[in-house]
Design a protein around this ligand. Sequence first.
Ligand code: FES
Length: 131
Amino acid sequence: MGERFVSAIDAADLAPGGMKTVQLEGREIVVCNCEGRFLAVERRCGHMNAPLEMGTLVGTVLTCPMHCVQFDIATGEALAGPVPHDTGNEPAPPKLGGLLANIAMLMGHIQTRAIRTYATKVESGRVWIAL
Ligand code: FES
């Protein structure tokens, strides 16, 4: 079966630089307005599933709120890897330091995958997404 466009949001409801989550037929998708160009990607980060609409969008680069992996949402490709948790110049209390070291060790074993992108079109004032 070929792709089929489904109506998602009013184009006027999403300002440039904005992101909006929609649920379409059981899929979580983030619609992004990249300076007037609408792009859509799966909602879950390709690193550890964080909700990407809580991140930041600059141009077509979406930065995950959790460990700052950056994705090019035009292609879904991960441009930069995760950044471990950091307590800055303050030494972490021993228990917290141990926890952060353990998380950093585990993160070293996690691969970041590209995120899925969806084709979009704007028609009749609505953004449509191809499922
Ligand atoms: S969950 Fe997104 S960078 Fe880790």
